[in-house]
Ligand binder design. Structure first.
Ligand code: IVH
Length: 705
């Protein structure tokens, strides 16, 4: 096998490799997001997931020109849960997540980054606040005229769920703020359960033979999302405040003072919070908090460091999903040893064969673990994992555990290397490994003739971010297939008609019933009109996640145009193929998967049946922002005195401009600082628009709405 790009240090990547790696990372991370948030079936640990995101960010930092439109760093976490009964609410300001640090050097790098961005001298003190990272659920509580009016979960960061009634039962969340609090204030923090309360709840549940919660966080989530607030009230949820969203008046000048004010308003501030100087000070607190962790009565999973000065926080701003002024320094994932009893192969939607380790159950990271992912054939080989091995497994957060390595000293004498199947265990078709080093996945060649692929594709089709048909879970889809009622997506839309015509006695099936069937038919009918982006995503085309589906929908506008283009693009020498490849965010391999999908006669039939019954709505391209530099390309040259180069770049990008390194006739604006050299000269020669730093600062001060 060719050298594996994933193992290559970021520093050693060429620009071409970086682009390729960013593309792969975007796809991989999107897949894991989907598994985690939508299927609630993560296949990698938090730590492994963090490592992917971290690598993505590191490559983007080194190759900013290679940042993709569908970059994971431009997306916030979870899609909003479509839980019944909770109203969706839009946050006045988005709820961000945090970048991660794992090593001391990452924390030092955080400090260096902040200093560079702010243009601070090495000897200027940089105060940081170190706070315990509470392992609970983030919550935003809104006060208007000092009365609690709304409490919302984080959701996808933009939109969460209205859990006001439940939050009113939490003693740590005041109903009313004192007179000196701002007229409008959104207080943010973490809802959690003490370990003791978690145990008490589980004891009660055991007595009622109800399923137990695996850890305090899940129990807290269960308690917060009760439709009956009386149940929430009976489970003593607690709340630490550590941040805020909209505020009609500034709270303070520093994070330290702001926390003190929140404390004075009646919120609980975590007692492990400390104000320190620089990374060195932060790391001392990390050591202390880590030592205190076992004796705490609540779960924490790291320490968060935040720049203390709020005016600096403001200037630092955010990179898409995470603030530049804060970082989460995570604790090591918990590990344990157990025996690997067997390796099973699961077949997914795109035919990927995923090996799953069946383990002797072991308690780790707060839960009993019996299964762990082995990722792919390549990983099994690389780690040389064998049946019968004693293995180290690792589990962090809420994710399916991972097999880290075998313990060779404990290997049974008769253990043999695992032979990955060359045929699909479900349909018997040939299973082949990806042709190049980028593609480590073994795939079943059976396509829709493979029962596993068919089932997974149909499940995907109705899933939350696709057609989102409520009441059609995996089990029901399976039953519809088994009964021979559904064999392709269009069949879902025929169910009602066939039932009405008496050709289908769904209502008599066990567990379906009249009410639930009527509801299901309503849900299906409601989806006869669907946006092109969702539609494309729902098709389950390999490598086409939500972001790519959106890109395609925006580029081609409507399905007909897209189908025409895909047919033409089947010839790699065609203009249509070049056009497809030129879409920013789509590379050769996605293009190949796309054209192959649309070229396949089976898929063409599936599509034709769907277009007969559905109304597929075109998607409009996004409107540009209204800033004077939106869509312009801008070059900074010379020394800027008002802000660092990094800050200028970030600001220009926030205003919709593209910052480029060299001057050409395509450049729109050249901002000339002190001692500008050849670039300023070239700008003059090309008669480009040249701005002084003062002119730039005037634009930079504008609103980025
Ligand atoms: S600050 C912009 N501070 O960690 C501010 N978050 O991994 C973003 N969390 O979504 C959050 N303890 O749910 C912050 N002291 C703390 C925290 C904390 C726990 C959670 C929070 C956030 C997640 C990010």
């Amino acid at each position: 096998m060719a050298e594996d790009i994933r193992d290559k240090p970021v520093d050693a990547l060429t620009a071409t490799e970086a682009r390729r790696e960013l593309r792969l990372l975007a796809q991989e991370i999107e897949t894991h997001d989907r598994l985690y948030y939508l299927a609630e079936q993560p296949t990698i640990t938090d730590a492994a997931y963090d490592a992917l995101r971290q690598r993505n960010s590191a490559i983007e930092a080194r190759f900013p020109d290679a940042i993709r439109k569908d970059s994971p760093s431009l997306r916030v976490g979870a899609p909003v849960a479509a839980a019944q009964g909770f109203r969706k609410v839009r946050h006045a300001k988005p709820m961000l997540s945090l970048g991660n640090a794992f090593e001391a050097s990452d924390v030092e790098e955080f400090e260096a980054r902040v200093r560079r961005f702010l243009g601070l001298d090495a000897d200027a003190p940089l105060a940081l606040v170190a706070e315990a990272k509470i392992d609970g659920l983030s919550l935003s509580v809104r006060y208007e005229n000092r009365d609690l009016v709304l409490a919302a979960t984080r959701g996808d960061g933009e939109e969460g769920e209205d859990v006001t009634a439940n939050v009113r039962t939490i003693a740590d969340v005041p109903d009313r703020l004192p007179d000196d609090a701002p007229d409008i204030l959104e207080v943010r923090g973490e809802v959690y359960l003490s370990r003791r309360e978690f145990q008490r709840i589980n004891q009660d549940r055991a007595a009622e033979a109800a399923p137990l919660y695996v850890n305090p966080r899940n129990a807290a989530s269960g308690a917060l999302r009760q439709l009956d607030a009386a149940i929430t009230a009976s489970r003593k949820l607690r709340f630490f405040a550590y941040s805020w969203g909209e505020a009609s008046a500034p709270l303070a000048e520093t994070q330290t003072a702001a926390l003190a004010r929140l404390g004075a308003f009646g919120f609980v501030i975590n007692p492990l919070t400390e104000t320190v100087v620089g990374a060195a000070g932060a790391l001392k607190v990390y050591g202390k908090v880590e030592a205190a962790r076992p004796s705490l009565d609540y779960d924490i999973d790291g320490v968060v460091y935040k720049v203390d000065r709020l005016d600096w926080q403001e200037r630092l701003g955010q990179v898409a999903r995470a603030p530049r002024w804060a970082v989460a320094h995570k604790f090591q994932a918990e590990q344990a040893e157990t025996v690997l009893l067997d390796i099973d192969i699961q077949v997914g939607r795109t035919g990927a064969l995923t090996p799953v380790a069946r383990l002797k159950p072991v308690f780790v990271g707060g839960v009993t673990v019996a299964n762990a992912t082995l990722h792919n054939a390549y990983e099994i080989e690389r780690k040389d994992i064998r049946k019968g091995d004693t293995v180290v497994i690792q589990r962090a957060g809420d994710v399916i555990p991972q097999v880290v390595r075998p313990i060779l000293e404990k290997r049974p004498a008769d253990a043999v290397a695992y032979v990955f199947p060359t045929r699909c265990p479900v349909c018997g078709s040939e299973a082949t490994r990806g042709a190049d080093a980028d593609d480590k996945v073994t795939r079943c060649a059976g396509g829709l003739t493979c029962a596993a692929q068919k089932l997974e594709r149909l499940k995907h089709f109705v899933s939350r971010n696709a057609f989102d048909i409520e009441g059609l879970g995996g089990k029901r889809v399976e039953e519809l297939i088994e009964r021979g009622v559904v064999t392709e997506p269009a069949d879902f839309f025929m169910l009602e008609r066939r039932a009405a015509a008496g050709a289908l006695d769904i209502e008599t099936w066990e567990g379906w019933g009249r009410a639930s069937t009527t509801k299901l038919f309503d849900a299906i009918r409601a989806r006869r009109t669907i946006g092109l982006d969702r539609f494309l995503y729902a098709l389950g085309i390999r490598q086409v996640g939500e972001a790519t589906a959106r890109l395609l929908a925006r580029h081609y506008g409507d399905l007909e145009a897209l189908e025409r283009a895909m047919a033409a693009a089947n010839d790699p020498a065609s203009e249509a193929f070049a056009d497809l490849n030129a879409i920013d965010g789509i590379g050769v391999s996605v293009a190949a998967d796309l054209t192959a999908f649309f070229h396949d006669p089976q898929n063409q039939t599936v599509l034709a049946h769907l277009t007969d019954i559905l109304e597929i709505e075109p998607v409009a391209a996004p409107v540009a922002t209204s800033s004077p530099i939106a869509g312009k390309s801008i070059v900074f040259t010379g020394t800027l005195e008002g802000m660092s180069r990094g800050e200028a770049k970030a600001r220009a990008e926030a205003l919709g401009a593209k910052v480029v390194g060299s001057v050409s006739k395509k450049t729109d604006i050249v901002v000339v600082g002190v001692d500008a050299g050849s670039k300023a000269k070239k700008a003059a020669e090309l008669e480009l628009t040249v701005w002084t730093e003062a002119e730039w600062l005037a634009v930079a001060a504008g609103d980025d709405a």
